[in-house]
Design a binder for this molecule. Structure first.
Ligand SMILES: CC(C)(COP(=O)(O)OP(=O)(O)OC[C@H]1O[C@@H](n2cnc3c(N)ncnc32)[C@H](O)[C@@H]1OP(=O)(O)O)[C@@H](O)C(=O)NCCC(=O)NCCS
Length: 179
C-alpha cells in the first residue's frame, strides 16, 4: 500500500502551500442576483412597438432559439434566463463600483453588449464587448485581464433566476480607485 506523505515532508512548506493557494483565489468585488417572471418577458417581446427584443444580441437570440427547438420548451424561458444574467452583471458591477460613479449614463448603456452565452456543455458565461470590458475595468481601476466573471442561471416554467460574481485577481492593489 502506498503511504500518504505528511504535508510537512513535502518540498513546499505548509504555510507557503496555503498562501500560494489563497493568492490564486480571485477576490469577489461584486455579486448580483436577479429573478425574472417569464410571462413578463413574453409580454414585453409580444408588445407592439416594443424594442425589448433589441436588448439581446444576435448570438443570444440564436442560442435561445436553438435551445427551445432542441428541448421543445419556450423561447421566452431561455431569454428570461439570459435577461436575469444581464441584470446580475449590472448589479455586481454596481456593487463593485462602491462609492465610484457609474461610467455610463442610462442613455449610453447597451444591454446587448453584455452577452450571456452558453458553452458546449451548457454552462453560461458572461461576454462583455471589448469596449465594455475596458469601461468596466477602467471604472474599477484595474485592467480588463485582471477581471473574471462567474455566473449560474436557472429557470422553471414561470421564473428565471441567476447569480453572478465579479472577481479580480488577488494581486491587484488599490481596488476601487479608478485611474
Ligand atoms: C440595476 C437593475 C438591473 C436592478 O434591476 P431591478 O429589476 O430594479 O431589481 P430587482 O427587482 O431584481 O431587485 C430589486 C433589488 O435589487 C437590489 N438593487 C437595486 N438596484 C441595484 C443595483 N444598481 N445594484 C445592485 N443591486 C441593486 C436592491 O436590493 C433591490 O431591492 P429594493 O428595491 O428592496 O431596494 C436596474 O435598476 C437597471 O437596469 N438599472 C439601469 C442600468 C444602469 O444603471 N446602467 C448603467 C450602469 S454603468
Amino acid at each position: 500500500m502506498p503511504r500518504m506523505t505528511p504535508l510537512s515532508q513535502n518540498s513546499v512548506a505548509d504555510k507557503d502551500f496555503v498562501s500560494a493557494t489563497v493568492s490564486a483565489v480571485p477576490t469577489v468585488m461584486g455579486i448580483g442576483h436577479d429573478a425574472v417572471d417569464i410571462a413578463e418577458i413574453e409580454e414585453q417581446l409580444a408588445a407592439s412597438g416594443s424594442r425589448f427584443s433589441e436588448l439581446f444580441s444576435v448570438r443570444e437570440w440564436r442560442q435561445a432559439r436553438n435551445k427551445a427547438a432542441a428541448r421543445g420548451d419556450s423561447l421566452s424561458s431561455h431569454l428570461a434566463a439570459c435577461w436575469a444574467g444581464k441584470e446580475c452583471v449590472v448589479k455586481a458591477w454596481t456593487e463593485a463600483l462602491g462609492s465610484g460613479p457609474f461610467p455610463l449614463t442610462l442613455d449610453e448603456f447597451s444591454w446587448s453588449r453584455i452577452e450571456i452565452l452558453s458553452n458546449s456543455k451548457g454552462c453560461p458565461g458572461i461576454f462583455l464587448s471589448g469596449e465594455y470590458s475596458e469601461t468596466l475595468a477602467g471604472s474599477l481601476g484595474v485592467s480588463a485581464d485582471q477581471l473574471t466573471w462567474k455566473i449560474s442561471l436557472t429557470h422553471s416554467m414561470t421564473l428565471a433566476s441567476g447569480v453572478a460574481l465579479l472577481c479580480v485577481r488577488e494581486d491587484v492593489k488599490n481596488l476601487g480607485q479608478a485611474t
